[in-house]
Each structure stands twice: as structure tokens, then as C-alpha cells.
Ligand binder design. Structure first.
Ligand code: UD1
Length: 432
């Protein structure tokens, strides 16, 4: 690792990440499993008893929080290896998701579908998670109501009841990831057939479908926008061993890191077929990417070119890629316009980039990014998981030292980001 000065800039005892833009990266990075899949797989184990084994599990804070939530509900969680979880249910479930755990991760909402269909009732604190604007759950609720559930809200808790859910024909006006997952898992034990039209098609949802099918659920239409679920009795379900799909957002983070630093990286364990649109747009910036099986080989150009990008549901460019893309454009040649179509408020990190000398202006759900040759290191904050990773990438593109606080956000979703970048030559360290 390259040398970094030992003068701490942080004003408190919270950990920080210190990074210096110090030349090209070279080597190999292995991509862990996807946070946005494994958390849903964990919640889905609530559908039946027995011993589930999840492989390719990322070693991140959100997995530990979801584990605590499942333990509070009544299942046993063991971690025999850092990338493996063993989840054992013995039938004694308390279908209550308490505030202290739910407010920490958005994905806690994913226990709603499995618990309601299995236990007939749920008491769930309203979910928290990343701070990028209002994140309502009206589509989850309307879909479950169409399947026979009733809801009450009081004192920050949502209470749901249904003696037995029944199948329904549901059409979303927007392909919500979370609502698709909750209705999909609820429908597995409902009476009859459920059809979800305009379902989200993210790779993590296909992973969940494969998991359910292996468990014995009647799911068809995997990977399409029409999912059809034939309800089964719980006795038809069995626990399974499952390999979590790789994290495409973490893979993109390492692509962005090499793009702004120069050099070349092999990113191993990725699924290029699940990143097609992003890879095409990164190629437009001049990043040369070749793929071989599960390896992405990326070679940075002398300087990136600007592009215009709009976020969309899969297979479009994911909103979670956007902070990385804006960071790349901040040092690219030319002007790029980035349009956010999912979360209008998701530009909070832009003011942090401006502190590093980036020329970014936002108006409504657009950002105009005028590339500068180099950013200039400064203390910055991570406001959420992806924005935090973008700050690290920005630090790689900055002259001098950038100290990132709010590291707990990064820890929620990144499995040793600092170690992985240091191993390929980045001047980066964590100060605990
Ligand atoms: C998931 C991901 C998140 C990603 C997002 C979009 C997890 C844990 N999180 O979040 O990282 O950024 O997908 O790819 O997997 N909406 C409603 N009503 C609803 C549900 C959603 O209005 O009932 C709106 C949301 O406010 C948002 C948009 O739909 O504007 C997308 O939300 P959704 O696809 O549900 O995202 P999440 O599942 O919350």
C-alpha cells in the first residue's frame, strides 16, 4: 500500500476512510454476493422450517442486522464461515419485527410477505434504510390487500392479518423491487394462482425466484415482467442450499475505481450478463471492458469521456450505480447530464463532491456534470451506502488526502472495500 500521512482529520472517534489519488490500480478483485439478494433470501427462509444454507454471503453490517431480526422472530442463525450462513427454523415464530432492528435497514420490510402468509399475522415497525427521500410501501400493502390481507397502522407499527391469503391478479403501476418481492413470497403459500404484472426484473429478484423454485414453490415467468405463482401447502416446501448472485453494484464500484485511477483490473466472480447496459455505457466513457466467463477485465483510458445517463428499473441503469457514474463524469472530458427517475431526492452526495472541486449542478431530478481534470482532497461525508462508495472513488480521483466519515453507511453494504482496493494498489486505509 502507498503511504498516507498519519495526521487524523476526523473530529470524533467514529471510523473514517482515508484515501489519496495516487496513480493506477492493477490486479484482481473478487466480487462478493449481493446485499440486495441475500437479505431477501434470508427473510424468505421464514416460509418454512429446517436448515437453510446460504453461500456467497457478503460480510456486511446489513446481513448481521437482518440476522438479528430473524433471531428476534425465532430462527437460529450460524455463520460457519464469513461467506456462509446457516439458518434453522423450528416452527416457533413470533411474527413481530421490532423498531430497533427495522429502522436500521429497508430490507426488513421483506419479512412482511413470508410472515403474513405463514403466520396469518405480522406486526412490523415502519421500515427505515437509506436516506434518499420518501420510500412509501403503498404498493406492498395494496397488493397484499388484493390477496385478502387487512392492515392497521398505529404508533409507528403496521399490523397485518389474513387467515389465509388467496391468489390475485395484480398490476403494478411501477415495477417496485420490494413490492414484487413481498407479493412473490406471500403468494407462495396463498390459495390459488397469483399473477404479478409489471413485476420488477432485477437479477436479485430472479435469484429469489430460483431460490423459491428450489424450495418447491410454483413460480414461473422468472426474469420477465409477468410472474405467475401457484400457491402450495407449506408441507410442499423444503429448506435448500443456495449460492447468492454476485453484487453487480460492488462490481461496478471497482470498475469506477479503475476508471478514475487509471490502470487495469480483473474483476472476478461477476455476472456480465446482468450488467449489460452498464457495461455498454461505461464503454462509451472510454473504459475498455472485455468479459470472459465471470471475469470483467477493465483497462482505463488516459481520460474518461462524458456521457448522458438516465436511471431506470432493470434492465436499465440502476439508481444505485448513479453516484459512481456522477463521480466518473466529475473527472471526464466534457459535460454529462444524469437524470434520476426513481428517487428524486437522491443527489445529497453532490454537495460532498462539490467540496472536492467537482462542477455538478442539480435541478429537480437532473444533474449537469462538467468534468474537471482532477478533484482536490478534502473531508467528506458518506450519506448512504452507494454515496459512501462514490466518495471513496472520488478520493481516488483527487489530489491529496480525502477523509470520509459516515463509514457505517459503507459498512452496511460493502465487504472490505478498503482491503480490496488496497490490494490492487490504492492508497487507502481505514482509521478506527
Ligand atoms: C431496492 C433496493 C435499492 C434500489 C431500489 C431500486 C434493496 C434493499 N434496495 O429498494 O437499493 O435503489 O430497489 O432499484 O433491495 N415505491 C412506491 N411505493 C411502493 C414501493 C416503491 O412509491 O410501495 C417507489 C419508491 O419510493 C421509489 C421507487 O418506487 O421511488 C422504487 O422503489 P423500489 O423499487 O420498491 O425500491 P426498494 O425495493 O425500496
Amino acid at each position: 500500500m502507498n503511504a498516507i500521512s498519519q495526521n487524523p482529520v476526523g473530529v470524533d472517534d467514529a471510523p473514517s476512510i482515508v484515501v489519496r489519488g495516487d496513480g493506477p490500480l492493477k490486479g484482481t478483485v473478487v466480487v462478493p454476493g449481493a446485499k440486495n439478494s441475500v437479505l431477501k433470501l434470508m427473510a424468505t427462509t421464514l416460509l418454512t422450517d429446517g436448515v437453510f444454507e446460504l453461500m456467497n454471503v457478503p460480510d456486511i453490517a446489513d446481513v448481521r442486522i437482518m440476522g438479528d431480526l430473524l433471531e428476534a422472530i425465532g430462527v437460529d442463525i450460524q455463520r460457519p464461515a464469513p461467506d456462509q450462513l446457516v439458518i434453522t427454523g423450528n416452527g416457533d415464530l413470533t411474527p413481530v419485527a421490532p423498531y430497533e432492528l427495522v429502522e436500521r435497514i429497508r430490507a426488513s420490510i421483506n419479512v412482511l410477505g413470508p410472515l403474513l402468509t405463514r403466520c396469518g399475522q405480522v406486526r412490523l415497525s415502519m421500515p427505515g434504510g437509506d436516506d434518499f427521500g420518501a420510500r412509501p410501501i403503498d404498493m406492498h400493502i395494496a397488493g397484499l390487500e388484493a390477496m385478502g390481507a387487512t392492515f392497521n397502522f398505529s404508533h409507528g407499527y403496521l399490523e397485518a392479518h389474513a387467515d389465509r391469503l388467496h391468489g390475485a391478479d395484480i398490476t403494478f403501476d411501477f415495477p417496485s423491487v420490494g413490492a414484487t418481492e413481498n407479493l412473490l413470497t406471500a403468494a407462495v403459500l396463498a390459495a390459488g394462482r397469483t399473477t404479478i404484472n409489471n413485476a420488477a426484473r432485477e437479477p436479485e429478484i430472479s435469484d429469489l425466484c430460483e431460490f423459491l423454485i428450489a424450495m418447491g414453490a410454483g413460480v414461473s415467468g422468472v426474469g420477465t415482467s409477468t410472474l405467475v405463482i401457484e400457491g402450495v401447502e407449506r408441507g410442499a416446501l423444503r429448506p435448500v442450499r443456495h449460492h447468492t448472485v454476485p453484487d453487480r453494484i460492488q462490481a461496478a464500484t471497482y470498475l469506477a475505481a479503475v476508471a478514475v485511477s487509471g490502470g487495469e483490473l480483473d474483476i472476478v466472480g461477476a455476472r456480465p450478463d446482468q450488467m449489460e447496459m452498464l457495461l455498454a455505457r461505461f464503454a462509451d466513457t472510454g473504459l475498455a471492458i472485455t468479459t470472459a466467463g465471470n471475469i470483467l477485465h477493465a483497462v482505463a483510458p488516459e481520460r474518461l469521456r462524458s456521457i448522458d445517463v438516465a436511471t431506470l428499473p432493470y434492465p436499465g441503469i440502476a439508481t444505485d450505480y448513479k453516484p459512481l457514474i456522477i463521480t466518473m463524469l466529475a473527472v471526464a472530458d466534457g459535460v454529462g447530464i444524469v437524470t434520476e427517475n426513481l428517487y428524486p431526492g437522491r443527489f445529497r452526495y453532490v454537495e460532498e463532491l462539490q467540496r472536492l472541486g467537482a462542477d455538478v449542478r442539480t435541478s429537480g431530478h437532473h444533474a449537469v456534470v462538467r468534468g474537471v481534470r482532477r478533484l482536490s482532497g478534502a473531508p467528506v461525508k458518506a450519506h448512504d451506502i452507494r454515496a459512501g462508495a462514490a466518495m471513496v472513488v472520488a478520493g481516488l480521483a483527487a489530489e491529496g488526502e480525502t477523509e470520509i466519515s459516515g463509514v457505517h453507511h459503507i459498512d452496511r453494504g460493502y465487504d472490505d472495500l478498503v482491503g480490496r482496493l488496497a490490494a490492487v494498489g490504492a492508497a487507502i486505509e481505514r482509521r478506527d
